[in-house]
Design a protein around this ligand. Sequence first.
Ligand code: NAD
Length: 379
Amino acid sequence: MNYNIAVIPGDGIGPEVIRETVKVLDRIADKFGHKFSYQELLAGGIAIDQTGKALPEDTLSACKSSDSVLLGAVGGWKWDDLPGDKRPETALLGLRKALELYANIRPALLFEELASACPLKPEIVKDGLDFVVVRELTGGIYFGEKGTKETDMGHAAYDVELYSEKEVQRIAQTAFDMASKRNKKVTSVDKANVLESSRLWRRVVSETAKEYPQIELNNMYVDNAAMQLVRDPKQFDVIVTSNIFGDILSDEASQITGSIGLLPSASLTTGNFGMYEPVHGSAPDLAGRDKANPMAAILSAAMMLRYSFGLLEESDEISSAVRRVLKKGYRTPDLMEPPSEENTDMTNVAPAKKEVGTKEAGDLIAEEICPFILSAGKA
Ligand code: NAD
């Protein structure tokens, strides 16, 4: 099959991790007989420098006519002094809104091989962790009415949290559909004891649950959810929540899985179209140093194969190649553990850890999928 992928490398480490991701996708194409055509597009700081706009029209129209979008990261120190509405990150909100990407999917997966990188107690995570955060992405307080006004207490500012039934219903359906293919449990997170918008959220999620009798639904207040994520994360299968609560909880979830350099994400709309990107930003501190972990971007491509192209075997092949590379002891710098004081004799640490850079990590994963000689022979 042929697939057209819009590729937005972006800024900082974005181009570095995307380069490795394309390398891995090409090996998948070789091994399984697909053709991936890439159209490289500008967005973020590099687009501001070259076109004056964070999200040029050409980029948006090319994304709309592609089968899916693969994005690195945008932003960086160079553009930090620009006013809010001119910053590189506005490209992300623009893409989400224009492409109607209302469902953000973030798997929180702790590989057994990296259990020691998790800051939680070993007994809490001893068999690894595997849950998914489904965050509503185009509504709520980030897109609601905002402004400033004068009050008796002086100058004031406000942002409105507003959700319609339809917005809640479609994100709830995404979560229930996802749970149907997993462990059949949805936890809906809100603040229904205080917020009117959360009361509507809870009512609509509960009504939608009736269409999915095989799924267990729990409602949880967001403050409790923040605690439960570190106390007992194994209780979760699929968490569904609003834009702002999902922003915070998915970052919390990212920390308990070891490194942000491992976390992929998908932003989906109705149908098969989606935008796939690592959870991390452009990491200007690492840019150009061959130190960024490309696995989050590579695993985002695995999500693309699964959710947009329905290529389940190919998707699993990428995930298991990443796992095999970790199992062999290869680690990018973010995953290296300092020798502990009790055990400075690294010869006792098994398996031996070998530090690799961005490029070598990509090469190793690509080689796991399809050795180069076979790949070159087919080309
Ligand atoms: P960041 O995710 O870029 O970096 C946070 C920390 O994680 C840094 O210490 C960084 O070195 C480390 N890190 C990030 N990705 C890594 C990787 N692949 N491998 C190893 N370590 C990694 O977040 P930040 O520092 O808050 O933001 C930097 C810039 O990125 C800002 O301009 C911000 O607005 C932007 N940003 C963009 C996105 C996006 O494009 N989706 C998301 C978040 C932040």
